[in-house]
Design a protein around this ligand. Sequence first.
Ligand code: ATP
Ligand code: CA
Ligand code: CA
Length: 414
Amino acid sequence: VGEGGEITYKKIQSSQIMGSIQLGIQHAIGGLASKPERDLLMQDFMTVETTNFPHEGSNHTPAHHYSEFKFKTYAPIAFRYFRDLFGIQPDDFLMSMCSAPLRELSNPGASGSIFYLTNDDEFIIKTVQHKEGEFLQKLLPGYYLNLDQNPRTLLPKFFGLYCYQCNSKNVRLVAMNNILPSSVKLHQKYDLKGSTYKRKANKSERQKSSPTYKDLDFMDHHPEGIFLEADTYTALTKTMQRDCRVLESFKIMDYSLLVGIHNLDEAQREKTESRKRTDSGQSDDETEGEPKRSGLNRTRSINRQRLVAHSTAMESIQAESEPIDEEEDVPPGGIPARNARGERLLLFLGIIDILQSYRLRKKLEHTWKSMIHDGDTVSVHRPSFYAQRFLDFMAKTVFKKIPSSLKHSPSKRK
Ligand code: ATP
Ligand code: CA
Ligand code: CA
């Protein structure tokens, strides 16, 4: 946060970054329309297109009131191909990215990245470090070889890599899928790594209205774990295994499983509670969870088909969806689960923050320490140690197969 309370990144006002990148993306997508579709070539991964955006506009850029800037689009043809792989039409991508102001999210991470969410809730734009941007560029061919073979994955889906340049500062940005729907109240959120070394949300995070908790908090809140039907459990753990194998092959570490939990029973109680309050003439203010939406907007965002194919948690793990309760006011695609009390949950999840490679040693100092803490002694095996510890934690501590006692007498155990 800069002077005067404005959010800044590298001393550039966030509102200026948002507006400028929308102009840049709009220009980049528009420019692609004139390039016919064709097979991908290896060199498509290496191309970078640069456009100047002077104040007064130019033959192919509009006039604007931001500071003058340059906008770089990395691998435009390759990313077009990837968006196509996920069924995203160019017009839809343009609409999502550019037709409405972006929303800035508060970031619980330590890295200082900024996150922007598109108004339709589909995409997240994250600022990344120079090294991370470079790493993604190198990763692209192999990463998408994998995605092409198997689009059902919990790995992040990257839809664009850009660089906004202003006053000789570079702001690198990746566009990816949004994992947590903002139209549904998430009663708990966790960023899990499978480490217990200092993995606790700090005080300022815990004071937020919707904190992102960590591994130790999870074990505290859910000592018995979260219960899934056997088939769902198997689909989820298999998907994570396959995904971790890919990450390990690229020597990637420090990633997390992001888990958002919507508690259907709790939501029901909140509804009843708020009705009671309204009946007794009290105000109905803070009942609907975070972003206050108009009734119309709510239903539309909940019922609309997702833009990105295979992008819900349920589709990502390739499990059959048995809708928990059809009239519930939640979007489809959450993974049905139960907590130890037998309450019905919907899980929204995905693997995030995968651009830290083994080579970025300095940034990873904390990761080293946590692995030594957990008994790792052989440094060359670290990416595989990280993956194994991650998978063990998810498959044994976080997620459990539902015991029959819970399955047959839901909500009875109190
Ligand atoms: P650090 O490197 O310090 O861990 P970071 O700046 O790299 O942080 P991430 O770890 O990528 O940030 O993400 C931080 C938080 O942002 C996550 O815990 C999550 O709450 C949110 N977030 C990140 N990616 C997504 C996504 N794709 N969808 C929804 N929320 C996300
Ligand atoms: Ca992280
Ligand atoms: Ca990071």
